[in-house]
Design a protein around this ligand. Sequence first.
Ligand code: ACO
Length: 430
Amino acid sequence: MKTAKLVYGGEEYDLPVFTGSENESAIDISKLREQTGAVAYDPGYGNVGSCRSAITFIDGDKGILRYRGYPIEQLARKACFSEVCHLLIHNHLPDEEEFGLWRRELTLNSFIHEDMLKFFEGFPTKSHPMAILAAMIASLSAYHPEEERGQTIEKNIIRLLAKVKTFAAFSYKKSVGEPFVYPLTRYSYAQNFLRMMFATPAEEYEPPKVLADALNMLLIIHADHEQNCSTSTVRMVGSSRANLFASVSAGVSALWGSLHGGANQAVIEMLERIIDDGGDCKAFVAKVKEKKSRARLMGFGHRVYKNYDPRARLLKKANDDVHRKLGIKDPLLDVALELEEIALNDEYFIERNLYPNVDFYSGILYRAMGIPTDMFTVMFAMGRMPGWIAHWKEQRDTPNSRIHRPRQIYTGTTERKFIPISKRPKSKKG
Ligand code: ACO
């Protein structure tokens, strides 16, 4: 067995080394504290593998992303989202019969318990749809508890995948004051979602093929991305044996932040601000480079990709197709293309390997579909659902998996004595 040698405190330790199926090396430090008394320190976990996983492979230097071995480019162009959900969760592409049943289940389970509609009445009209989504998903635990009434985990997986689009579309309908629209079995996942968003009792909505295809691709592109902030959150919560809905709801909350899934909304706000300020992209990039401005070029950079994010490449092309076929002229797309051109030729971005990430072009595509900006992160969550579920299930199915419990290096005050309030010196504050 290969080992790595650690010399610490005058002692030598042999740490086991193992490799993954794509030859990624890992030094096993799971016994480090036991053996040496010290812990490993890695804020932000950039160098730590928290699990073994057989779901998604990323090579950030080469710009490779594969789900269960299939390259993202092939899935995004040729597969449908429901098929990819099956692939991620069950580790194989379904045959025709399996797929028929799977797709039907995904539509039949889209309906939500009528009592849950009352939740929508209770939320303020201006609620952020991510707040609604996280709350509704957590509430599913109350309606479909895991072990009671013979409910199986598999059934709850279908329920979650199916109902998330209903929650998302209903939160939009609530915000515009229109009646809710339920899905139809004859439509795909993407077509149903667009129809649930835009059909009204007065007018049917037949989703244009180019938009349904683009949404299908968007959902596939977002479906999994190994140990990112939200997926690791799902695994962290799930490690305590919390149920599927509770764990995934935590993932939705983690996704919301502007450095993660919230970046797609932040990109659009940034592009709008640049236009409002006169459209000077060079001036904006110059400001981003001044550290004290604390501004970032949103939709650029990635912890793992130090090359062009393959998802951003697919989305750039999809934007081009949709805008051309539908004759849409979006000034935000022009600004995005100009920003990309400037950044990719600028030393600051070249030195730091900063390229467009998945969020740089996704928002512009959502705009072309008529989806409002504050729904963008919800769209990301809908896409990421099969990935979160697959990781939660993988962890649940791993024998003897341990609760996640990192260590810390304490830097606070050392022991001191309690002083009763009457004897305490006056606080120096203010
Ligand atoms: N604009 C300007 N500078 C940047 C950017 C950016 N978007 N991203 C990174 N940098 C700079 C940092 O200032 C830092 O510079 P320094 O070395 O001079 O201090 C260097 O590049 C490294 O950046 P880190 O923050 O250490 O990189 P990290 O891996 O921690 O962060 C992240 C990755 C959060 C994605 C970051 O690139 C970022 O904030 N991007 C903008 C937000 C965004 O688009 N998030 C979506 C990511 S994709 C996703 O979650 C789905």
